[in-house]
Design a protein around this ligand. Structure first.
Ligand SMILES: CCCCCCCCCCCCC/C=C/[C@@H](O)[C@H](COP(=O)(O)O)NC(=O)CCCCC
Ligand SMILES: Nc1ncnc2c1ncn2[C@@H]1O[C@H](COP(=O)(O)OP(=O)(O)O)[C@@H](O)[C@H]1O
Ligand SMILES: [Ca+2]
Length: 555
C-alpha cells in the first residue's frame, strides 16, 4: 500500500452516524474513527480504513427527497431525524475490496456531511483524482460467446459485468458472436480499433484465442509485418484485452488473475490493470498456423481435446471423461523434438518461486529480450538462429507440452508448469517419455498436489525460446536413415510395437492442442514472442500476511 503523501482534503465526516477523520491524497482515501476520549479503550479500538485511489471504482452523490435517501438498488431509506439532523448531505465511494482466493468485490462506504458545499467539494475532488488516472479504459469493445462453457456468457455479462461498467462510467460496444471466428474476423477486418481503449472477451480459452488472432493479425498488417514468416519480429498490440471467464477451462484468466470470477475480472478491467504476456507463433513449412499463449500439447492433451470436441454437449465435464478415456488408451507417439534453450535469462522451470504481480524475472528477461532485439536489428541477423545451439531429442512420448505460462486452472491450481512466467519471452517444453500407466498416473496426479511433477525419470523440462517437432511419420528419408544409424536396435523394437498395438505405442497419430483448438498440422515450428500482448490483469497478487502492517493507518 502506498504512503498517503500530501493531503488534498481533510474533513470530519460521518459513516453510519459515527464521526471519522476523512482524508484524501493523490494516492489514498483514508477514514479513521474519531476518538472522543484519549483514554485507551480495549473494546473500542481505533478503526482506520484506507483505499488506494487507483482502486476506487466511482463516487456517487446520494440524493435526498422528503427526508429519505435513495439506496443503490433505487429504493428509498428514511433518514433518522435524531441521528442525522445536521448531516443530510451524503456521497458514496465504491471501491475494490479483496476477498479470499484472489477474489475482488465492489464495496461501498457512504459519508455524510453537514455542508452541501463540502459534500460537492469531496465528490469533485475524488472525481478529479480518478479522471487523472490515464490507464483506465473509457470505451470497450466486448465480444460474447453465447455457447462457451455452460452457455452462460450472455447472462454473466449482463448481470455481473455490465452494471459494474455502468457504475464506473465505462461505455461499451457489445457483439454477441453468431458463429465460430466471428470475433476474430471482425477484429481482423472491420472493427474500428481507434475508437476503443481495450477489447473484452466473454468466453473461454478458445474464445480468447479468437480475440488474440484477430488483434495480432491486424497489428501485423497495419505495421507491414509478414505473419507467415516465422523469423519476423512481430509488432506488439497496443489494445489491452480483458477476460470475463465463461468457458470450460478458463486457464488464461485463472493464471493471470488468480481466480475465475467475472466480477473480479470486471474490476481489474475498470481499474485499468496491465499485464504483458508472451505469445508463441506456430508455423508449418514457413506457413503461419496459429498463436498460443497457454498450452500447446501433442499426445495426451491433443487426444483429450480431439475426443472432447465430440462431447461438447456435456459442457466442461467433457474434459474429465475424455481425460479418463485417453489415460486408459495410453497411446505413445514417436517423433523428433529440437529446441533452442533460453540463454542468459534468470529463472528455470524447476524454481520454487512463482510468477507474481510485478514479477522481477519477467521484468529482467523482458529487458534482456528488447536489448537483444535492438542489437540484432542493427546487426541485421535473425535473433533466434544466432541465439545459441539447437538440441535434438528423438524418442517415444506420451505427451509433448509447451506451457508459455503456468496454465494454472481449477483442475490444477499450480498448473502444467508451475514456475513458468507470463512475460519472460520463453515457453517451458515438457517431454513425458513412454512409461507405464501407473507412472503416467503418478505424473498426472502430481499436477494436483504439492509434489513436483517433473521429478520423475521419464519427464524432462526445458525453458526454450523456440522448438520444432516432427512426428516420425513426417520425417524425411534422410532423417529416418539417421534414426536407423543412431538407433538401429530401437527401430526393430518399434516394428514389434507396431505389430502388437496392446503395448501402447502403436503408430497412432496425435494432434496438437493449441489453447483448446486442434492444429491442422503435426510438424510444427514454435517461437516465443516476448510480451506481444497485454491483458487487463496484474498477475497473481501475494496475499497480505499481516493486514495491519500494510495499512498506513496502523503505522
Ligand atoms: C487424474 C488427475 C488428472 C489431473 C490432471 C490435471 C492436469 C490439468 C492441466 C490442465 C491444463 C490446461 C491448460 C489449458 C488448456 C485450455 O486451453 C484448453 C481449452 O480450454 P477452453 O477453451 O476453456 O475449453 N483446455 C483443455 O485442453 C482441457 C485439458 C483438460 C485435461 C484434463
Ligand atoms: N456464436 C458462436 N457459435 C459457435 N461457436 C462459437 C461462437 N462464438 C465462438 N465460438 C467458438 O466456440 C469455441 C469455444 O469457445 P470457448 O468460449 O472457449 O468455450 P469453451 O471453453 O467451452 O471451449 C471457440 O473455438 C470459438 O471460436
Ligand atoms: Ca513465458
Amino acid at each position: 500500500m502506498e504512503r498517503p503523501g500530501r493531503l488534498l482534503l481533510l474533513s470530519e465526516l460521518r459513516v453510519r452516524n459515527t464521526a471519522y477523520d476523512v482524508s484524501l491524497s493523490r494516492s489514498l482515501l483514508t477514514w479513521k474513527r474519531r476518538v472522543s476520549s484519549p483514554v485507551y479503550h480495549p473494546f473500542r479500538p481505533s478503526v482506520c480504513h484506507s483505499v488506494s485511489v487507483s482502486e476506487i471504482i466511482s463516487v456517487r452523490e446520494e440524493e435526498e427527497e422528503n427526508g429519505s435517501r435513495r439506496r443503490e438498488d433505487g429504493s428509498w431509506k428514511k433518514i433518522k431525524e435524531r441521528e442525522e439532523k445536521d448531516y443530510r448531505q451524503a456521497f458514496t465511494v465504491l471501491y475494490v475490496e479483496r476477498c479470499r482466493q484472489h477474489r475482488w468485490r465492489c464495496a461501498e462506504v457512504t459519508f455524510t456531511c453537514s455542508d452541501a458545499a463540502l459534500c460537492q467539494h469531496w465528490i469533485s475532488s475524488i472525481r478529479e483524482q480518478l479522471a487523472a488516472i490515464t490507464s483506465r479504459p473509457k470505451h470497450l469493445l466486448v465480444y460474447i460467446n453465447p455457447y462457451g462453457g455452460k452457455r452462460q456468457g450472455k447472462r454473466i455479462y449482463e448481470q455481473k459485468v455490465a452494471p459494474l461498467f455502468a457504475l464506473a462510467g465505462v461505455s461499451t460496444h457489445v457483439i454477441v458472436t453468431e458463429f465460430a471466428n466471428h470475433a476474430r474476423d471482425h477484429l481482423k477486418m472491420e472493427a474500428e480499433l481507434k475508437k476503443f481503449d481495450g477489447v473484452v472477451c466473454v468466453g473461454g480459452d478458445g474464445m480468447f484465442s479468437e480475440i488474440i488472432h484477430g488483434l495480432i493479425w491486424r497489428t501485423q498488417i497495419d505495421n507491414s509485418v509478414d505473419p507467415n514468416c516465422p523469423d519476423e519480429t512481430l509488432s506488439t498490440c497496443s489494445l489491452r484485452i480483458g477476460i470475463i471467464p465463461a468457458g470450460s477451462t478458463d486457464c488464461i484468466c485463472f493464471a493471470t488473475v488468480g481466480t475465475n470470477d467475472p466480477v473480479t475480472s470486471a474490476l481489474h478491467i475498470i481499474v485499468g490493470d496491465s499485464q504483458p504476456m508472451d505469445v508463441c507463433s506456430v508455423h508449418h513449412n514457413n506457413t503461419f498456423l496459429r498463436y498460443s499463449v497457454s498450452l500447446l500439447g501433442y499426445g495426451f492433451y491433443g487426444d483429450v481435446l480431439t475426443d472432447s470436441e465430440r462431447k461438447r454437449w456435456m459442457g466442461p465435464a467433457r474434459y474429465d471423461l475424455s481425460g479418463l478415456k485417453m489415460f486408459l488408451t495410453h497411446h505413445c507417439y514417436e517423433g523428433t523434438v529440437s529446441y533452442l534453450p533460453a540463454r542468459g535469462i534468470i529463472g528455470t522451470p524447476r524454481d520454487a518461486a512463482r510468477c507474481q504481480s510485478g514479477c522481477v524475472v519477467c521484468q529482467h528477461n523482458g529487458r534482456l529480450h528488447s536489448e537483444r532485439a535492438e542489437r540484432y536489428e542493427m546487426d541485421d541477423t535473425s535473433d533466434c538462429e544466432s541465439d545459441g545451439e539447437w538440441r535434438t531429442i528423438r524418442g517415444k512420448f506420451l505427451a509433448i507440452n509447451a506451457a508459455s505460462m503456468s496454465c494454472a486452472c481449477p483442475r490444477s491450481p499450480k498448473g502444467l508448469s508451475p514456475a513458468a512466467h507470463l512475460a519472460d519471452g520463453t515457453t517451458d517444453l515438457i517431454l513425458v517419455r513412454k512409461c507405464s500407466r501407473f507412472d503416467f498416473l503418478r505424473h498426472l496426479l502430481r499436477h494436483t498436489s504439492k509434489d513436483d511433477q517433473f521429478d520423475l525419470t521419464f519427464v524432462e523440462v526445458h525453458r526454450v525460446r523456440r522448438f520444432r517437432f516432427t512426428p516420425r511419420h513426417c520425417q524425411s528419408d534422410s532423417e529416418l536413415e539417421l534414426d536407423l544409424q543412431e538407433n538401429g536396435k530401437h527401430q526393430i523394437f518399434s516394428q514389434i510395437c507396431r505389430d502388437h498395438p496392446a503395448c501402447g505405442c502403436a503408430p497412432a497419430y496425435s494432434s496438437w492442442n493449441c489453447d483448446g483448438e486442434i492444429l491442422t498440422h503435426t510438424a510444427i515450428d514454435v517461437r516465443a514472442h516476448c510480451q506481444l500482448i497485454k491483458l487487463f490483469a496484474r498477475g497473481i497478487e501475494e496475499p497480505p500476511v499481516f493486514e495491519d502492517l500494510t495499512n498506513p493507518c496502523a503505522i
